[in-house]
Design a protein around this ligand. Structure first.
Ligand code: PLP
Length: 389
């Protein structure tokens, strides 16, 4: 069966160049980067090169990059690390209603443990209002955390404006850039970002590796203690092959971003139009054009369940994802879609297609052809649809 992968926001395949490099560091250069002998030195050099490659993609200095096990750990390190280091200055934290659970649940944990949390709302396109940030700031605010681009609906947040405000007020500013790295230009200096989370497996690098950018001079507390690796910020023997692969993936992303985005935007807009034109009672979730990630399509298809759509698509070889977090063991609709004002029913019928490097126009044509047939079949069985008719 021909398979079409349209779930790149969940994860990406490893780029063949990256995979080839990683294999070298499993099979030939397998030393511990802390070792002083030849084996260790070779790996240490490659890890430092990777640090430069990651730094370059976000406009940072290599010394400001700390490798971790991925986006989740980087988010935890940024948020808990700030709370621990600055908790004596204030207990107020600000974030948004559409953050990834790695951010939201970390803040909720802190809120149960003596911190005060403000969760900012979003508009119907999934974008926060800068004025709401200004209004939420208090004398005891120590951290503002806002994601660069949302993983479900692709909405891009006004990061530079918030960064300016946070810097003026002396409040640390954390940005989860897991979904925007390699897709949108990021300059931590220009955007006044103090802490930035990135992850390798969303940009054709290996899984289980990421980094936290910590602006020089900013002090946060580590969460993991031990052998003092990563300048004591993250102890534990480095995942050297993963880190080196991540560095290479960053280099490739930087080189390819502009060209790739042109193609992705074209395919994204074609898919959106194809769905909207061919299926009645469909709503596009998230903004249009430049306010949306180049690879994200998210629609709510009324009178059908997202999970049924996913399974039907999977049966004909098309991989997408839905707005209800079924995989995490709950059938609750997405907190992001609810925050954008969608009803539970509409949120339940949502479907996300996230495009990537290998997708072709032909694949998009197949989805545009097949999805309306699936929707028609599912609606024919839906008591809700028959009533609406
Ligand atoms: N933040 C966002 C916005 C994400 O989309 C994800 C993963 O889906 C994460 C954080 C977690 O990253 P990781 O899978 O590397 O732990």
């Amino acid at each position: 069966m021909r398979r079409i992968y349209l779930d790149h926001s969940a994860t990406t395949p490893v780029d063949p160049e990256v995979a080839e490099l990683i294999m070298k560091y499993y099979l030939e250069y397998y030393g511990n980067p802390s070792s002083v002998h030849f084996y260790g030195r070779q790996v240490k050099k490659a890890v430092e090169e990777a640090r430069e490659q990651v730094a370059q993609l976000i406009g940072a200095q290599p010394g400001e990059i700390f490798f971790t096990s991925g986006g989740t750990e980087s988010d935890n390190l940024a948020i808990q690390g700030t709370a621990r280091a600055r908790g004596n200055r204030g207990k107020h934290l600000i974030t948004t209603a559409i953050e990834h659970h790695a951010v939201l649940d970390t803040f909720k944990y802190l809120a149960k443990n003596g911190y005060d949390l403000t969760i900012l709302p979003v508009d119907e396109e999934g974008i926060i209002n800068v004025e709401d940030v200004v209004k939420a700031i208090r004398p005891d605010t120590i951290l503002i955390s806002v994601m660069h681009a949302n993983n479900e609906v692709g909405s891009i947040q006004p990061i530079s404006e918030i960064g300016k405000i946070a810097r003026e007020k002396g409040i640390l500013f954390h940005v989860d850039a897991v979904q925007s790295l390699g897709k949108l230009p990021i300059d931590v200096v220009e955007m006044n970002i103090d802490l930035l989370t990135v992850s390798s497996h969303k940009i054709y690098g290996p899984k289980g590796v990421g980094a936290l950018y910590v602006r020089r001079g900013v002090k946060i507390s580590p969460l993991v203690f031990g052998g003092s690796q990563e300048k004591k910020m993250r102890s534990g023997t480095e995942n050297a092959p993963g880190i080196i692969g991540f560095g290479k993936a960053c280099e490739l992303a930087g080189l390819r971003m502009n060209e790739e985005n042109k193609v992705l935007r074209h395919l994204r807009d074609k898919l959106i139009k194809g769905i909207m034109d061919n299926i009645p009672s469909v709503k596009l979730n998230g903004p249009l054009g430049d306010k949306r990630l180049p690879n994200n399509v998210n629609v709510s298809i009324n009178f059908v369940e997202g999970e049924s759509l996913l399974l039907s698509l999977d049966m004909i070889g098309i991989a997408a994802s839905s707005g209800s977090a079924c995989t995490s063991g709950s059938l609750d609709p997405s907190h992001v879609l609810l925050a954008m004002g969608l009803s539970h029913e509409v949120a339940h019928g949502s479907l996300r297609f996230s495009l990537g490097r290998q997708n072709t126009e032909e694949e998009i044509d197949i989805v545009i052809q097949e999805l309306p047939k699936i929707v028609e079949r599912l609606r024919a069985m839906s008591p809700l649809y028959n009533k609406a008719d």
